[in-house]
Design a protein around this ligand. Structure first.
Ligand SMILES: C[S@@+](CC[C@H](N)C(=O)[O-])C[C@H]1O[C@@H](n2cnc3c(N)ncnc32)[C@H](O)[C@@H]1O
Length: 280
């Protein structure tokens, strides 16, 4: 028999942070953190102890917290996540906020602006945009069938009407006769170079969501170069990218026919999003 306090101590001794240990035990017991503090002497059932022990082992091995509890908050939404998708990051809210600024500013006179999220993963960006700007007609493309299933499930659970398309970047729209010309396209594509040392800390997330060729710029280049077929003249294309890639992404956009190119910083002040407007 093990008590709540003893289980938490055991997790700490195995290298799991105090907050994570509390949240994992809350998850297993279906109780709040306040409840844990008030019931330190209560015994866990053997099933609860085994479930907690398994989660502690996975967390101690470096698995993202979000995979263990199966969900993550993003831009005010609770999204289901699995190991088929990248765990949505707070940094990506910078991209969402920039897109919302355009929808409420330069695109405010468009009745039902058409928006596309390329490489939607869990659906995070597309769903956050539809939630905050319901008048937008939101589409989302994704190559991974596993990720697309997670995104569809999130859309259904949150009752957000997003149209999903399966396939490689712009090709995902090839079999979609209803696909409109887009006013705004956003993408957080893979942008980490294959030899980047930061990858060592990301072993639990799908490599196909993280790594791109050409020093991390290959997917950004393909999306920018293919945009003119689907983005209407005067429409916007915004990317998230690595904090040292701002100048390179600006150059890619300029060479792909974009003007008004600029870069935004994330919540930590690092250059993380670059976008521009397709010259008509
Ligand atoms: C960095 S993750 C971003 C996921 C999600 N948009 C987010 O911000 O949390 C990149 C996503 O692009 C998808 N992807 C990678 N290559 C792709 C391709 N060639 N065509 C379409 N999607 C692709 C991956 O499966 C992954 O879901």
């Amino acid at each position: 028999m093990i008590t709540v306090d003893a289980a938490l101590r055991d997790a700490r001794s195995r290298g799991v942070e105090r907050l994570d240990a509390h949240l994992l035990l809350s998850h297993v017991l279906g109780q709040s953190r306040a409840w844990l503090l008030a019931h330190g002497g209560d015994a866990l059932s053997s099933d609860q102890a085994a479930a907690f022990d398994g989660l502690v082992a996975r967390r101690a091995a470096g698995e993202p917290f979000a995979y263990l509890v199966g969900e993550r908050e993003f831009h005010g939404l609770t999204l289901a996540v699995s190991d088929a998708v990248l765990v949505p990051r707070p940094d990506t809210e910078t991209l969402v906020d920039w897109a919302l600024e355009l929808l409420r500013g330069k695109l405010r006179d468009v009745d039902a602006p058409t928006v596309l999220d390329l490489g939607t993963g869990s659906g995070a960006i597309a769903l956050a945009l539809k939630n905050a700007a319901p008048r937008a007609r939101v589409w989302a493309g994704e190559r991974s069938g596993g990720a697309l299933a997670v995104a569809r499930e999130n859309a259904q659970r949150l009752s957000l009407d997003v149209h999903f398309a399966h396939g490689d970047w712009w090709d995902a729209l090839a079999g979609e006769p209803e696909a409109p010309a887009f006013d705004l396209v956003v993408s957080n594509p893979p942008y980490i170079a294959a030899d980047d040392p930061h990858l060592a800390a990301l072993t639990h997330e799908p490599l196909s969501a993280l790594v791109a060729g050409d020093e991390g710029l290959a997917d950004i280049r393909r999306i920018a170069q293919g945009a003119s077929g689907r983005l209407r003249a005067g429409g916007w294309l915004l990317f998230e990218h690595g904090w040292e890639q701002g100048a390179a992404v600006q150059a890619i956009l300029q060479r792909s026919g974009f003007g008004e190119v600029s870069t935004r910083v994330d919540i930590e002040g690092r250059a993380r999003c670059t976008g521009g407007r397709l010259v008509g």
